[in-house]
Design a binder for this molecule. Structure first.
Ligand code: HEM
Length: 347
């Protein structure tokens, strides 16, 4: 997912994740600063920044966000400096024609950020990241849990279902991680010894999907009809979900019309999605049983399970695990020695 730039700049992009669009509950705007700025010796300020001219303002911000010098980190950093504030107004991609309202209040400090968890002030309906929600055509026609506001009755039902899934797999997570990643590193070591190099990404993704199948559903996906195809199918489906907010490294005049102005047509990914759906239908029997008991229709539960495993979890593992390895790798010999000693001391 790193190549899709989902959250390689986690600190900054997370801050503008769901709920920053002030479209419905405007109360996120002014009270945010006044509530956060509790220190009596610091004056209250209006939230700085502007949205610019309608239609053109969002496109200008989008171009700067994707193609400006320094990338998206600099998009935020330069505004923090310009406004001398970690809270400011800006347009978030995608803007025209994908999202109708791209106006957000960006929160980039630990004090203001928690306002996003106050559901009396922030509505999270039909938002996924920033101002954007992927088409429901990509989730079987359902507004899956991430697109629901906590005030909607289905929100609690589906969230409980996902907690059930997490809880019922908790005893498998560590042992299956150990098994799967030992397999991965043993095969990489063998390849390295044979060829002098061993590419990590594809093997790492296959291992991640195997780990999740084993942990969540007590079954190895490679022993089911989906075989080793899971990661490729997910990557294609995620691309269709996120294309308006991704950059593929192409020149702007190609990326803008191809990715950021319209949604990619969902029918092109229908058969891949069906394969994933069939896989989950075949392995998620315990979770589906729990859904039916909680009066969630089986089909809706399955689309939610698919999203939670393929998007929330696989996306996370795919990005965070290689990233962790990268940072450990870059940290140098001292840390490697310390880690080796600590680990050898413990096992
Ligand atoms: C380190 C791992 C994870 C991090 C840092 C993370 C982070 C987040 C954040 C910041 C939100 C937004 C919360 C909000 O809007 O109030 C969120 C929402 C969500 N995450 Fe995660 N997440 C992680 C793992 C997972 C996993 C493993 C699953 C699925 C099993 C998951 C499923 C969800 C769902 C369904 C939502 C929407 C919840 C709602 O609307 O109430 N996440 N996550």
């Amino acid at each position: 997912m790193d190549s899709l730039s989902l959250n390689s700049t986690a600190a900054l992009t997370t801050a503008v994740r769901r709920g920053t669009a002030p479209s419905e509950k405007q109360s996120i705007t002014s009270p945010t600063l006044s509530e956060v700025n509790t220190s009596p010796d610091r004056p209250l300020r209006d939230i700085p920044g502007s949205y610019g001219i309608p239609f053109f303002g969002p496109i200008k911000d989008r171009l700067e966000f994707f193609y400006g010098t320094g990338g998206r980190d600099e998009f935020f950093r330069s505004r923090i400096q310009k406004f001398n504030s970690t809270v400011f107004r800006a347009n978030m991609p995608p803007g025209p024609f994908v999202s109708s309202n791209s106006k957000v209040i960006v929160l980039l400090d630990a004090k203001s950020f928690p306002i996003l968890f106050d559901v009396s002030k922030v509505e999270k309906k039909d938002l996924f990241t920033g101002t954007y929600r992927p088409s429901t055509k990509l989730t079987g026609g359902y507004r899956i849990l991430s697109y629901l506001d906590p005030s909607e009755p289905r929100h609690a039902q589906l969230k409980n279902l996902l907690f059930f899934m997490l809880k019922s797999s908790s005893s498998r997570v560590i042992p299956q991680f150990e098994t799967t990643y030992t397999e991965l590193f043993e095969s990489l070591e063998t390849e390295l010894a044979k060829n002098g190099k061993a590419p990590f990404n594809d093997a790492g993704e296959v291992a991640a999907f195997r780990f999740l199948g084993r942990a969540y559903f007590n079954s190895n996906p490679e022993e089911t009809n989906i075989g080793k195809d899971g990661p490729k199918l997910i990557t294609k489906w995620v691309l269709f979900n996120l294309s308006p907010i991704l950059t593929a490294g192409l020149p702007w005049f190609l990326e803008e019309p191809l990715l950021h102005t319209f949604r990619l047509p969902s029918f092109l990914v229908k058969s891949s999605y069906k394969k994933l759906y069939d896989y989950f239908e075949s392995v998620a029997t315990t979770v589906i049983g729990e859904a039916v008991k909680s009066e969630i229709p089986k089909e809706e539960a399955l689309h939610n399970i698919l999203f939670a495993v393929c998007f929330n979890t696989f996306g996370g593992v795919k990005i965070l695990f290689p990233d962790t390895l990268k940072w450990i790798g870059l940290a140098g010999e001292n840390l490697h020695t310390q880690l080796a000693e600590e680990i050898r001391g413990a096992i």
